[in-house]
Design a protein around this ligand. Structure first.
Ligand SMILES: *[C@@H]1O[C@H](CO)[C@@H](O)[C@H](O)[C@H]1NC(C)=O
Ligand SMILES: *[C@@H]1O[C@H](CO)[C@@H](O)[C@H](O)[C@H]1NC(C)=O
Ligand SMILES: *[C@@H]1O[C@H](CO)[C@@H](O)[C@H](O)[C@H]1NC(C)=O
Length: 540
């Protein structure tokens, strides 16, 4: 028993499989009603019950010291109780979240230091083509504000990427509140809507700035002003280093991203609550969307989890993850990958990808995961995602465990969504807002959206953000698949322990992993916008 306990500390899932196999064997043999087997049976039962007693008494103690979730599994295991909960969803009470959202005494701090000077007029212009999906564009734009400041340039409102996967014709003003963006940064950088007429045909320096570049790089780049009055930046994502920049530049990035880059009034209004009253709403608009989605969610269930369920066709094709899919589906994804020429890697072994923790969790896996974390059946889950691959059928593997699943399509009327539904970027903006505002945010895959939401939530007093340990979870899922483990309290404990330190509690942004030298290390650092602590978060 001592050995078993020591093992269980490392949450070794083999342990239970061993004892459950024993149990099964014991049951079979007990049918042969020989005295010897009966005696053995009793001894074994006794041993097993002591083992479980020790196991759980330890966990109960640990959980009391550091309660993960308020809900116990008991409410989950009573089917009668469950059906009641479905009829009238009770508020799930996540005590840890209520208590503090981890904020302790940490607050956003983005004010410039005393040395910071108000921006001067500049007749040198930076034009920008902002690439990528919504979140890549947002962080890229915030970086370009900082670059314009570093280079003493006037920033022209960036052009958004229309070519990429998003196939979206939205312009800056469709997604962001342009006037607000210009005004709120006027002390930092001069921003104009368009290049002055007389410069439209002036020669431009067209630059791909180096990835993750620092101060000296951009200071050096000012030599271009000797020859050019306009610099065009062809790509905006990841152009600025995460670390080793002046405090005032880092804070400017936060002001740009979290304060200045408001979503346009129609999006903001449909999506959300308290980013501050920085725009007026036309009464026409109010007639179309009488209520806000976040408020609607709250009125349904009080608290809610926002789940970024990145189980979409493009992501599966890109990552080559075909676990649980039919041959026809796998083939469809392979063809999509072959035909998307900007995806460089074509041959992918799905099993190896999955074992390395690189696949998005499936709807079923997410359901098992959230349940194992201790959330009850009645939990309200908002799905922040596009179309789920495999549709309602595949999704049912999640709704089986959590029937109160909501999409923006079920939360808003067709009329309300009408304007947004043909614009992937605008729809993503609504998901972003609802995710930032949620009580708990969980992402099934690490990507730009997950990182951006995580960072924003850290900024806003460290709201709870649970990052699945996909590599660790795969081992558990595989044991569930093979019957070595069963869903229940034991698995729940393994999963909870695995995620004890993956809930978005305050910690400083991490640098590059050890052993990586040269410029490559910048690529592996934690992104500034995933964790703007310490620069933009201070002790109050
Ligand atoms: C930008 O302008 C300020 C004064 O307005 C000057 O001190 C600074 O050296 C300039 N920076 C660059 C990179 O030209
Ligand atoms: C500045 O840029 C030039 C041209 O790209 C390069 O040759 C030079 O090494 C750079 N200097 C510094 C200090 O980065
Ligand atoms: C994929 O990788 C797994 C594990 O390494 C291996 O067993 C399997 O044969 C590979 N499949 C293919 C098609 O290469």
């Amino acid at each position: 028993m001592q050995i078993s306990r020591a093992k269980s500390k490392k949450s070794n899932p083999n342990l239970l499989s061993l004892s459950s196999v024993k149990m099964r064997n014991v049951r079979v043999s007990s049918k042969k009603s020989s005295l010897l087997t009966r005696t053995l049976y009793i001894i074994l039962l006794f041993a097993i019950s002591i083992f479980f007693f020790l196991l759980y008494s330890k966990d109960v103690l640990e959980d009391e010291q550091n309660p993960l979730f308020y809900n116990d599994f008991q409410s989950n295991s009573n089917p009668h109780h469950q059906s009641e909960q479905i009829r009238s969803p009770v508020h799930f009470v996540d005590e840890q979240l209520r208590a503090s959202t981890f904020s302790r005494d940490l607050r956003p701090c983005v004010k410039p230091t005393a040395r910071y000077k108000v921006a001067q007029e500049s007749n040198r212009y930076l034009t920008v083509k902002s690439n990528g999906g919504l979140n890549q564009m947002r962080t890229g734009i915030a970086d370009m504000v900082a670059v314009a400041r570093l280079m003493n340039a006037t920033l022209v409102i960036p052009n958004l990427d229309k070519r990429s996967f998003w196939q979206d014709s939205s312009v800056f003003g469709d997604i962001f509140d342009e006037l607000y963006f210009m005004r709120s940064l006027r002390q930092d950088v001069r921003i104009v809507k368009e290049l002055p007429k007389q410069l439209e045909s002036a020669p431009r320096a067209r630059k791909h700035f180096g990835s993750w570049s620092g101060m000296s790089y951009y200071e050096n780049m000012t030599h271009l002003w000797r020859e050019y009055q306009v610099i065009h930046v062809a790509k905006s994502d990841s152009r600025l280093a995460n670390n080793d920049l002046p405090l005032d530049i880092q804070r400017l990035r936060c002001r740009a991203l979290y304060h200045a880059l408001h979503f346009s009034p129609p999006i903001e209004h449909l999506g959300k609550a308290h980013y501050g009253a920085c725009f007026k709403l036309g009464s026409d608009f109010m007639a179309v969307t009488p209520q806000r989605l976040v408020e609607r969610l709250r009125s349904r269930g009080g608290q809610y989890i926002a789940l970024h369920l990145r189980y979409e066709k493009d992501m599966l094709a890109f990552t080559g993850c075909t676990y649980g899919l039919s041959d026809a589906e796998s083939e469809e994804l392979r063809i999509m990958r072959e035909n998307t020429h900007h995806w460089k890697i074509k041959k992918i072994n799905s099993t190896e990808q999955r074992n390395a923790g690189l696949c998005p969790l499936t709807p079923r896996e997410v359901g098992i995961f959230i349940k194992a974390l201790g959330y009850p059946l009645s939990t309200l889950i908002y799905i922040a995602a596009g179309e789920i691959y495999g549709g309602a059928e595949r999704l049912s593997e999640l709704t089986l465990r959590f029937p109160n699943v909501i999409f923006k399509e079920t939360l808003a009327t067709q009329d309300e969504l009408g304007a947004f539904s043909h614009h992937a970027t605008q729809a993503a903006a609504i998901d972003y807002i609802i995710s930032v505002e949620s009580d708990v945010f969980i992402s099934s895959h690490s990507g730009n959206m997950a990182r951006a939401v995580e960072g924003h939530r850290r900024f806003l007093e460290h709201r709870k953000t649970i990052t699945p340990d996909r590599k660790g979870l795969i081992e558990v899922f595989d044991k569930l698949d093979s019957g070595q483990l069963q869903e229940g309290p034991y698995v729940s404990n393994i999963v909870k322990k695995m995620h004890r330190n993956r809930q978005g509690a305050p910690r400083k942004r991490s640098g590059p992993p050890p052993g990586i030298k040269g410029r490559a290390r910048f690529r592996f650092e934690e992104s500034f916008y995933q964790n703007p602590y310490p620069e933009c978060i201070c002790k109050s």
